[in-house]
Ligand binder design. Structure first.
Ligand SMILES: C[S@@+](CC[C@H](N)C(=O)[O-])C[C@H]1O[C@@H](n2cnc3c(N)ncnc32)[C@H](O)[C@@H]1O
Length: 341
């Protein structure tokens, strides 16, 4: 389903538009990056909310309803590849009818609805962003899946559910938003029944990342700014955290690196494919969108501050493309853990 830029940007129009929000977001991002230590405990959720209030419309315009990357097989469209990777995580965790499953950081429920249809499991989407949840509830209604799907509006580090509630838990490119891995994996461990499985596509710096290289450091900082992340861990930090909180490590694989011929995950950020959504993600597409946003803001069709949001997202997209080319970052480090019986 394609979304028009004019209609999505008009939704949250007010006199000052999104200007104060993007300014506050940039202030916090700079502070976090400058000091290297964020007041994470107090601020991470507000920071995430600020970010997703600003960017959800842009994401939906450029990405559709699934906000994650996916490497492609030759001849496969980006959307087909997203579905393949949604099915992959569901199948690896053995999701099936009769199970109660949590989706941590469910976005506007694109992957959630597909995984519900694919597996037959009951899915509970957890998200702290009220605006995204509004969209998720509406999409669930439209999909006719209200009997199989529920949503919890809460921080995924403090989920409003008793210990051992879920048969399985997954997260798609969302646990990277947590202020640290131990808290988010620890919460998943608490929420799972004994023997339950947890899987996540994690954003990580790879072993090619060199913290002494100023170019690498700048790319990492720009990814964090563009994607609303307070931290970006390396792969060992992530898989060690999974073990530390008590999981048996079943798998730790970078699924962005496919065997055989493959179109890399970052390709849509560089060159366009044939669909409208593909075009919007590419360098020329993002340039056109940015020019459009400028015009829309000048005519007060888009709220004040929209150009600044678009610019921030473009900084992140360019950094992700660069990181992908250099191989210093992956958005899909697949971690799979099992809670012991
Ligand atoms: C990149 S989006 C991915 C969304 C979705 N999994 C998808 O693939 O379409 C990250 C999601 O994590 C959610 N999130 C980030 N921090 C959160 C927190 N502390 N509690 C709950 N949800 C959070 C965001 O609101 C957003 O929906």
């Amino acid at each position: 389903m394609s979304v028009k830029l004019t209609s999505i940007l008009k939704k949250k129009e007010s006199t000052s538009g999104v200007d104060p929000t993007i300014q506050e977001y940039e202030r916090r991002s700079n502070k976090a990056q400058g000091s290297g230590t964020v007041n994470r405990e107090d601020n991470y959720q507000e920071y995430n909310d600020l970010y997703y209030d600003l960017v959800t419309d842009f994401y939906e315009y450029g990405w559709g309803s699934s906000f994650h990357f996916a490497p492609r097989d030759p001849g496969e469209s980006f959307e087909e590849s997203q579905l393949r990777h949604q099915h992959y995580i569901a199948d690896k965790l053995g999701l099936s009818s009769g199970m109660v499953v949590a989706d941590l950081g469910c976005g506007i429920a694109g992957p959630l609805l597909e995984i519900a249809r694919h597996s037959g499991a009951k899915i509970v989407g957890v998200n702290s962003n009220a605006y995204q949840l509004e969209r998720a509830v509406k999409r669930t209604d439209e999909a006719g899946l209200t009997d199989q799907v529920e949503f919890l509006h809460c921080d995924f580090l403090k989920v409003d559910a008793p210990d051992g509630t879920f048969d399985a838990i997954y997260a798609i490119e969302a646990t990277c938003c947590a202020p640290d891995k131990l808290s988010i994996y620890g919460e998943a461990f608490r929420l799972l029944k004994p023997g339950g499985h947890f899987g996540t596509y994690e954003w990580c710096m790879t072993d090619r990342f060199d913290d002494q290289d100023p170019r690498h450091r700048k790319i990492k900082a720009d990814i964090q700014l563009g994607a609303g992340l307070l931290i970006l861990d390396d792969q060992p930090t992530a898989h060690n955290a999974l073990r530390t909180v008590g999981f048996e490590l079943v798998d730790a694989t970078d699924v962005a690196l496919q065997d055989g011929p493959s179109i890399p995950w970052h390709q849509p950020l560089v060159r366009s494919g044939y669909s409208l959504l593909d075009l919007r993600k590419s360098v020329p597409g993002r340039w056109v969108t940015h020019q459009l946003v400028k015009v829309l803001q000048a005519f007060r069709i888009a709220p004040q501050g929209s150009v600044r949001v678009s610019k921030t997202l473009n900084i992140g997209a360019a950094a992700l493309a660069e990181a992908g080319k250099l191989g210093i970052f992956t958005p899909m480090y697949f971690l799979h853990g099992r809670k012991p019986d």
